[in-house]
Design a protein around this ligand. Structure first.
Ligand code: NAG
Ligand code: NAG
Ligand code: NAG
Length: 191
């Protein structure tokens, strides 16, 4: 009996650790933007974008890095003000979110600056701008949204490995914890 309890608490612990690596952050502005973008997608007869947790983490981290840059700074698709795609702060954002760079190449980062992030202006910044090209693209199936002060960052993901924003080491860890759970369940079955 003691062993079963011990194994069960191990099971709970593994899950707690596993879930903890995907913190759920709620932000109305960000959720509303994704809803607005999805309304646009629906109006174009395109599949809605599903929330991608890793891309969401990444968008948040990137928004954090460009926070403080003026709206007048140069930015665009895959162009972040003051943060090069080879820079250490970009790498830092990737590693914080446990994303392997190999799995980002098909995705796209879309930053926008709007004073006070007025929701209607932010949405039109995505739907009525050169960014429209990306929103029109059926290759994109998921999205992450992050914001900081006047900056909004949308990261679009694909269903292909190259745009999944999956992690190398993290994916391995996830696989391992599933293995452990199976092992524990197997042992429990013996009782
Ligand atoms: C990433 O891509 C490089 C170059 O194609 C390859 O050598 C490496 O094994 C890849 N790493 C992972 C984790 O997929
Ligand atoms: C996006 O799709 C709409 C409707 O199909 C079209 O009017 C618009 O020109 C497209 N935009 C781009 C940038 O391709
Ligand atoms: C890319 C883009 O459309 N940027 C616009 C976002 O909205 C602000 C404020 O309305 C405009 O000044 C930008 O040109």
């Amino acid at each position: 009996m003691g062993l079963v309890k011990f194994l069960l608490s191990g099971f709970v612990l593994v899950h707690a650790i596993f879930l903890q690596s995907y913190p759920v952050v709620c932000n109305d502005d960000e959720d509303n933007l994704l809803q607005g973008i999805n309304s646009y997608r629906t109006s174009q007869n395109l599949q809605q974008l599903a929330k991608n947790d890793k891309a969401n983490c990444f968008a948040d981290e990137l928004a954090d890095k460009i926070d403080g840059q003026p709206c007048s700074a140069t930015y665009g698709a895959n162009t972040l003000p003051g943060v090069g795609l080879q820079s250490s702060s970009y790498q830092d954002a990737l590693s914080k979110c446990k994303i392997h760079p190999n799995y980002t190449t098909d995705g796209v980062i879309l930053p926008v600056c709007v004073a006070k992030l007025v929701p209607t202006l932010v949405l039109t910044n995505y739907t009525h701008s050169p960014y429209q090209k990306y929103l029109n693209d059926s290759r994109f199936t998921g999205a992450g949204v992050g914001s900081e002060d006047d900056w909004m960052v949308v990261v679009l993901t694909t269903s292909t490995p190259g745009g999944s924003f999956a992690g190398g080491a993290a994916a391995l860890l996830g696989g391992q914890s599933i293995l452990w759970v199976c092992l524990l369940l197997g042992i429990l079955m013996m009782f």
